[in-house]
Every structure is written in structure tokens, then in C-alpha cells.
Design a protein around this ligand. Structure first.
Ligand SMILES: [Zn+2]
Length: 90
């Protein structure tokens, strides 16, 4: 009996969770790389590179920057890191 009540409750909870999750998966900060459509939010693994770093990687004009910083998504950051071989502190 107790199990049934719990199952129902968790079902309701997970429905709530899904809603919150789908809201979260749409970020607020778009990746600065123009050819990329991912999100650069911190909670989604986004990182910030310097303007020079981004220019080296993607070329001037292929990304947008704000105040000298370039917000990129997780996968762009990783490919940048791979490119620069900036060792393995991740
Ligand atoms: Zn990206």
C-alpha cells in the first residue's frame, strides 16, 4: 500500500522534473561561435575564452565577443582545447 502511494508520488514528481529539465536545456547564453547553435551557459558546461584564443581557433569574425571574453559551449571549448593542446586539466 505504502509502495503504491510512493509510486504515484514519484510519478508526479518526475513529471515536474521533466518540465524543469526541458526548461533548463534551453540556455540563455548562445555559443559565441557563429557556426555553432549550442548554449554556452555555465550550468551547461559553457566556458569563456579570451578574444585572442578564439581568434586563433575560429578566426576573426567567426565568433562574437563581449568585453574581450568569448562565451563558448562545452563542445567548442573542448575542440579549442584539443587544438591548443593546453594539457589535461579539465
Ligand atoms: Zn559552440
Amino acid at each position: 500500500m505504502g509502495f503504491k502511494a510512493r509510486a504515484q508520488k514519484s510519478k508526479a514528481d518526475s513529471g515536474k522534473d521533466d518540465k524543469a529539465k526541458s526548461k533548463k536545456s534551453a540556455g540563455e547564453t548562445a555559443c559565441a561561435v557563429k557556426s555553432c547553435a549550442k548554449w554556452a551557459d555555465k550550468n551547461l558546461g559553457g566556458r569563456s575564452l579570451s578574444f585572442d584564443d578564439a581568434t586563433e581557433m575560429w578566426g576573426n569574425g567567426n565568433f562574437s565577443s563581449a568585453k574581450g571574453r568569448v562565451r563558448v559551449c562545452k563542445s567548442c571549448y573542448r575542440s579549442w582545447k584539443k587544438e591548443t593542446k593546453n594539457d589535461d586539466m579539465y
